[in-house]
Design a protein around this ligand. Structure first.
Ligand code: NDP
Length: 480
């Protein structure tokens, strides 16, 4: 039984209550470890450690901060296999995916922000011949970073890297459902020589630990990625305290396929954008709109490929669809399969629980489900399912598809497949979403602004936006 510990003040320590939660392996459904069931007192200890570290870390030169972060990035690369295995075991995702995407992206996040601060500049505005205005940026102090379970180390580092690079000290809370790689990361920080208290990681339940980070008087900003409902609660707590807030929330993303697209590319990528990570990526395109002339051709080819996806042990290199993250989440996704049927949807394939043979027989596996025949405004097409369930809907005109695509409360990302550049421009302009991918999906450049509109969030991460979020700008006006 593996027991993980909090990382506070540079030490790996037990929660003050001495209580632990069970950590379940989604692939087998078995408990395999223990997680600190931390409380507000542990968060307070972490905030105090971060406060103590702030004066020195905020004054540490950019070159030195960068060097330490690059060392951590190198250690992630050196421990790729162990981290990929841990991520797969904690989350249920195919190890192949963790090895190719999650862990390399975690070191890329560290490297990106470690080097970005070496190239950052601030603005100056000359006001006629009267004065010069200089913008200076300062770190905020102690900041809180709260991340979800779907891309555990990937999203954890996506937050803490810009926070640390900017000179803040951090109290972070990974999801209690997938804490293992954050724990291994804390060991790498110790190995790299990150000064004590610069990063603190407190494990435990969201409503206890996460809430305590948000409502602590001495956390100056909260960067949160997770569900829209939790985001609302965090905003309700943090806004009256005038904390800076970055909220990356849920999505219900449209994937729009025009008849003039590159059919094979659209088909192959749509399969990924539907079911990668068992559909548990906030950017997955769960509503597929297909222009009527190719509707049947696309539907039949898509269903054929979806029904052939290999579901099974995430530790098997040939697995394409692993386990969902928990029994509770599987139940939630299954409830939507039922809702879709009640709403009149035709199930074209999947939607059944899969019993994998051998060691994984008690794991949380679901055959990817494809529906057609649902109204664009029904619950299945409006609510975030966050699992391997997609709907197919034909459309006739650009206006029709825009109305359907923009009809949800969400606006995180959208995908458009067409070979007509004018149309790609028009549709991209008119889609209500923070990100539009044309003829691709999840093709990321870390310099670009990342975030959603409507209930998908507030604020932008990535590039200079992230460094701006974690700093306060001050204007100094010097009269000539
Ligand atoms: P949750 O909102 O349930 O949890 C996210 C994090 O917040 C977890 O660490 C959780 O802890 C913590 N938390 C829960 N309650 C509180 C609280 N009251 N105060 C502070 N923190 C709290 O989301 P999930 O983990 O279920 O992640 C899935 C969601 O994340 C989906 O909606 C998905 O779309 C969204 N997401 C958005 C992304 C984006 O970039 N926009 C990217 C990835 C996911 P614990 O797990 O211990 O409860």
């Amino acid at each position: 039984m593996e027991r993980i510990l909090n990382y506070i003040g540079g030490e790996l320590i037990a929660p003050q209550s001495g209580k632990y939660l069970e950590n379940v392996e989604p692939a087998t459904g078995k408990v395999y470890g223990e997680i600190p069931d931390s409380e507000a007192a542990d968060v307070d200890l972490a905030v105090k450690a971060a406060q103590a570290a702030f004066p020195v870390w905020s004054k540490t030169s950019r070159a030195e901060r960068s060097k330490l972060m690059l060392k951590v990035a190198d250690l992630i690369d050196q421990n790729l296999e162990e981290l990929a295995m841990a991520e797969s075991k904690d989350n249920g995702k195919p190890i192949k995916l963790a090895r190719a995407v999650d862990i390399p992206r975690a070191s890329a996040n560290m490297r990106f922000f470690a080097t970005a601060i070496l190239h950052e500049s601030s603005e100056a505005h000359q006001t006629d011949d009267e004065a010069i205005n200089v913008t200076v940026k300062s770190p905020l102090g102690v900041v809180g970073c709260i991340s979800p379970w779907n891309l555990p180390l990937y999203l954890f580092t996506w937050k803490i890297a810009p926070a640390l690079a900017s000179g803040n000290t951090v109290v972070a809370k990974p999801s209690e459902i997938t804490p293992m790689t954050a724990y291994l990361f804390s060991k790498l920080c110790i190995e790299a020589g990150l000064p004590k208290g610069v990063l603190n990681i407190v494990h435990g339940l969201g409503p206890k630990v996460g809430q305590a980070v948000v409502e602590h008087n001495d956390t100056q900003a909260i960067s949160f990625t997770g569900g829209t409902k939790t985001g609302k609660q965090i905003a309700a707590t943090a806004a009256p305290m005038f904390k800076k807030l970055s909220l990356e929330l849920g999505g219900k993303n449209p994937n729009i396929i025009f008849a003039d697209c590159d059919f094979d590319k659209a088909l192959k990528t749509s399969l990924q954008s539907s079911f990668a990570n068992q559909g548990q990526i906030c950017l997955c395109g769960s509503r597929i709109f297909i222009e009527r002339p190719i509707y049947e051709q696309f539907r039949d080819a898509f269903v054929e490929k979806a029904s052939k996806l290999k579901i099974g042990s995430p530790y098997d290199d040939s697995t394409q669809v692993g386990a969902l993250v928990s029994a509770q989440h599987l139940e939630k996704v299954m409830s939507y399969v039922k809702i879709a049927q009640e709403e009149g949807g035709r199930l074209l394939c999947g939607g059944q629980i899969v019993e994998v043979e051998g060691e994984c027989s008690q794991g949380f596996y679901l055959q990817p489900a494809v529906f057609e025949g649902l109204a664009y405004d029904c619950r299945t097409n409006q609510e975030e399912i966050f699992g391997p369930v997609v709907t197919l809907t034909p459309f006739d005109t650009e206006d029709d598809v825009l109305e359907m695509a923009n009809s949800t409360d969400y606006g995180l990302s959208a995908t458009v497949w067409t070979s007509n550049l004018n149309r790609a421009n028009r549709i991209s302009r008119d889609l209500h979403s923070g990100i539009v991918w044309v003829n691709c999906w999840l093709f990321r450049d870390l310099r670009t602004p990342f975030g959603g509109v409507k209930n998908s969030g507030a604020g932008r991460e990535g590039g200079w936006d992230a460094l701006d979020f974690f700093t306060e700008k001050k204007n100094i006006c010097i009269k000539y």
